[in-house]
Design a protein around this ligand. Structure first.
Ligand code: NAP
Length: 323
């Protein structure tokens, strides 16, 4: 596995998103043994960056990752997230970037992950009622105390990233980025490159859609998040299948799979980018990690870069994003 740097944090350039093992997608929580095998196989294949969040489950995904990593903590980079659970209130979902909430949240995550430090601690969504300077001030204290090594922001606007970076250097920004979610290219990526901040694309497989494995929502569990996602709805889904067909065409050319092509395209966008494809299955993990060895030609990259824009918003409610 090739390595890259997110600011000063060294990571294998393909990480593993652990969310779907415990939350949001079909089959979550049904086979923890296979999820743990997937995490172990990832480590054996050179994956170092493991991504979770306190709100995945909530909590059970951090516990699962902590259990899986217990014997090999020092080999990995643990990334988790805070800010979308109201620890000062009743523990339900909501945005709280206050210093007090940060301090309560980090203690819970450290305990569930079974570690004395979190390598990359992201604010999951920006809190419009708390100045980013207060949140980052609390994070800087956690760095000084050794409880976190660095911090990141997820779905933050360029101005917020700049304000945060002025208080304490940001290690990485995590935002949705893939062949059907190109919006970070306009302002986010140039801002990160100017400031020397790493970029972690989430949902790099388009929440599974770009792999070609989901051609209708009929196969998804009744509570699967994607059933209510605009891009998976009716006419939007039908239109978006043209994107999958373009990815499949390149996959056929190289004798690979659409998932590998979608990841190889992201990896070709820069050496400051570490996507975190999610899977809870060993076979798919092996397939995805093999994208590290794929170099697409300029013609293939151009063809992929010109796929049609996705039909439908990334989320049913876009309000909490890009703030
Ligand atoms: N910061 C944020 O707000 C945010 C939001 C969403 C996600 N994330 C993070 O990003 C990670 C990845 O994103 P994601 O899980 O949403 O989407 P993704 O990586 O784009 O796609 C994951 C989906 O694709 C399926 N899949 C994976 N590899 C496959 C393959 N080779 N062939 C066919 N299907 C395949 C998975 O199913 P199986 O698991 O059944 O294999 C899963 O349903 C998450 O785990 C999470 O850590 C962060």
């Amino acid at each position: 596995m090739k390595h890259i740097s997110l600011a000063s944090l060294d990571v294998g350039r393909i990480g593993l998103g652990c969310m779907g093992m415990s939350a949001f997608y079909s089959g979550a929580g049904t086979d923890d043994a296979e999820s743990i095998r997937t995490i172990h196989r990832a480590m054996d294949l050179g994956v170092t960056l493991f991504d979770t969040a306190e709100m995945y489950g909530p909590y059970i995904n951090e516990e699962l990752l902590g259990k899986a990593l217990a014997e090999r903590r020092d080999e990995v980079v643990i990334a988790t997230k805070f800010g979308t659970i109201l620890h000062r209130g009743d523990g339900t979902r909501g945005l709280d970037g206050s210093a007090e909430n940060v301090r309560i949240a980090v203690e819970g995550s450290l305990k569930r992950l079974g570690t004395d430090r979190i390598d990359l601690y992201y604010q999951h969504r920006m809190d419009p009622d708390t100045p980013i300077e207060e949140t980052v001030g609390a994070l800087a204290e956690l760095v000084n105390e050794g409880k976190i090594i660095g911090y990141g922001l997820s779905e933050a606007a360029p101005d917020t990233i700049r304000r945060a970076h002025a208080v304490h250097p940001v290690t990485a920004v995590q935002t949705e980025y893939s062949l059907w979610s190109r919006d970070p290219e306009a302002e986010i990526l140039p801002t990160l490159r100017e400031l020397g901040i790493g970029f972690v694309p989430y949902s790099p497989l388009g929440r599974g859609f770009l792999t070609g494995a989901i051609r209708s929502v009929d196969s998804l569990d009744a509570d699967d998040f994607r059933r209510a996602n605009p891009r998976f709805e009716g006419d939007n889904l039908e239109a978006n299948l043209a994107i999958v067909d373009s990815v499949q065409a390149v996959a056929d050319e190289i004798g690979g799979t659409p998932a590998q092509v979608a990841l190889a395209w992201i990896l070709a966008q820069g050496d400051d980018i570490a996507p975190i494809p999610g899977t809870k299955r060993v076979a798919r993990l092996e397939e995805n990690v093999a994208a590290d060895a794929i170099d697409l030609t300029d013609a293939q990259l151009d063809a992929l870069s010109s796929v049609p824009s996705a039909a439908g918003d990334r989320y049913a409610d876009m309000t909490p994003l890009n703030r």
